[in-house]
Design a protein around this ligand. Structure first.
Ligand code: ATP
Length: 362
C-alpha cells in the first residue's frame, strides 16, 4: 500500500481533555498531550503543578474524571467508565525510589514481569537489559549491596523488560547525587531510545529535561503553558514563566515607544507590542557580556559589585544607572573564569537572542 508510508504511527499515549480535581483543588486543567513511539516528552514544572497526577492518570493509578486516555490507539480510560487496570496497560513505571524486591536477585527482579515467556528467553532478555544498563556483573547480587544509582538502573531494566509501549518515569534521578546523575541519564536515554517505547518523564530540573527530551511540556497550575523542542522553549519562550523556569533573569519595565523599550542596558525591540503599552523585558544573565574598561575604583556609571566563579561559568553582580540616574543591580553570567575586581568600570555587550519582551503583567 503506497499510502501507508505517510500514515503517522499511532501515539504511544494520547491524553485528551484531561481535567482532574482533588476536592476543591484543580490539579490538572484541560490538558491534551500525545507521545509518539520512540519519543521522550518531559513534563517540566514547579512542585504541585500536576505533573505526577497526569502521569498517574496515564498509568491507570488515578481514574479519569474528564477526557480520555488512549494507548497505541486503544481507548484504555474515559470519564464515567471503568478503565483498563494498570497491570493490563503495557506501561513501564519507574519512580524516584522504585523499590526492588529485596529477597530476589537483580536478574530475578528484572525478569519478574516476564512470566509468559519461556525460561530461557526470560534469562536472555534480563541479561541483555542488564548489560545495556552496565549492570551485567550484578545479575546474581541482591539489591541491598547496590548503590542508589545501581538500584535505579535495575528498576529501569525491570520496567523495560516486558517491552511496554509506554514508559512513565517520575523524577527517576532526583534522589541521586549530581555526579552520578549525568551518567545514568545518558544510559537511561539510550535504553529508552533503543526500546522504541514512548516515554513521559516528570522532572522539575530544566537541565534534565533539556538533555532527555525530544519535546518539553512546561506546566503551571495544572496547565501546559508551552510544548516544543527544548531549543524552541529556550530560544522562543511564549511566556515569561517559561523564561524564568530555565534560570534567574534580570527584569525591567518600560513603555513601548516607536517599537522599542528603553532599559538600563539599552534599547530593546518590542516586536508585536503597541506603542504606549507597558512592557516587561527579561534579560538572561548570559545575554550580558561584561568588558572591563579603565581602572578599578573610578566608580563609573556601570561597575562591578562582586564576581564569583561557579565552576563552568562566572557570575558578576553589576551596578548600572539609567539616564535619569536611577540605580539597578544586574547579574551577568559568562563562560569560564572571569573575575573582575570590585568597583571595576565595565561596558555591557548584549546578546539580543537572550532578551525577551512581553506585555507587563503577562
Ligand atoms: P511534585 O513535583 O511536588 O510531585 P507535581 O507537579 O507532580 O508536584 P502533583 O503531585 O500532580 O504535582 O499534584 C498536583 C496538586 O494536586 C498538588 O497541589 C497536590 O497537593 C494535589 N494532590 C495530589 N495528589 C492528591 C491527592 N491524592 N489528594 C489530594 N490532593 C492531591
Amino acid at each position: 500500500d503506497p499510502g501507508a508510508a505517510t500514515v503517522a504511527p499511532r501515539p504511544a499515549v494520547r491524553m485528551t481533555d484531561i481535567r482532574h480535581r482533588f476536592d476543591d483543588l484543580i490539579a490538572v486543567d484541560d490538558v491534551s498531550l500525545d507521545v509518539s513511539p520512540g519519543e521522550v516528552v518531559c513534563l517540566l514544572g514547579p512542585s504541585g503543578c500536576g505533573k505526577t497526577t497526569l502521569l498517574r492518570i496515564a498509568a491507570g493509578l488515578e481514574d479519569v474524571q474528564h477526557g480520555r486516555v488512549q494507548l497505541d490507539g486503544d481507548l484504555v480510560a474515559e470519564a464515567g467508565r471503568r478503565g483498563v487496570p494498570p497491570e493490563k496497560r503495557s506501561v513501564g513505571l519507574m519512580f524516584q525510589d522504585s523499590a526492588l524486591f529485596p529477597h530476589l536477585t537483580v536478574l530475578e527482579n528484572v525478569v519478574f514481569g516476564l512470566g509468559s515467556l519461556p525460561l530461557a528467553d526470560r534469562g536472555r532478555r534480563g541479561h541483555e537489559l542488564l548489560e545495556q544498563l552496565r549492570m551485567g556483573q550484578y545479575a546474581h547480587a541482591y539489591p541491598h549491596v547496590l548503590s542508589g544509582g545501581q538500584q535505579q538502573r535495575v528498576a529501569l531494566a525491570r520496567a523495560l523488560a516486558p517491552a511496554p509501549r509506554l514508559m512513565l518515569l517520575d523524577e527517576p534521578f532526583s534522589a541521586l547525587d549530581a555526579r552520578l546523575r549525568d551518567q545514568i541519564r545518558d544510559d537511561t536515554l539510550h535504553a529508552l531510545k533503543s526500546s522504541g517505547a514512548g516515554t513521559l518523564l516528570v522532572t522539575h530540573d530544566p537541565e534534565e529535561a533539556m538533555f532527555m527530551a525530544d519535546r518539553i511540556a512546561i506546566m503551571r497550575d495544572g496547565r501546559i503553558l508551552q510544548i516544543g523542542h527544548p531549543v524552541d522553549l529556550y530560544c522562543r519562550p511564549a511566556d515569561p514563566f517559561v523564561v524564568t523556569f530555565f534560570g534567574d533573569v534580570n527584569r525591567f519595565e518600560g513603555v513601548v515607544e516607536r517599537g522599542e523599550v528603553l532599559t538600563p542596558v539599552g534599547r530593546v525591540e518590542a516586536t508585536g507590542l503597541q506603542d504606549g503599552t507597558l512592557a516587561q523585558v527579561l534579560v538572561r544573565p548570559e545575554a550580558l557580556r561584561v568588558v572591563v574598561v579603565g581602572e578599578p575604583g573610578t566608580h563609573d556609571r556601570t561597575h562591578v559589585i562582586m564576581s564569583r566563579l561557579l565552576g563552568r561559568t562566572s557570575l558578576t553582580h553589576l551596578c548600572v544607572h539609567d539616564d535619569s540616574g536611577r540605580e539597578y543591580h544586574l547579574h551577568s553570567r559568562m563562560p569560564g573564569v572571569f573575575l573582575p575586581e570590585e568597583n571595576q568600570p565595565v561596558e555591557l555587550h548584549l546578546d539580543r537572542s537572550q532578551i525577551f519582551v512581553f506585555p507587563a503583567g503577562a
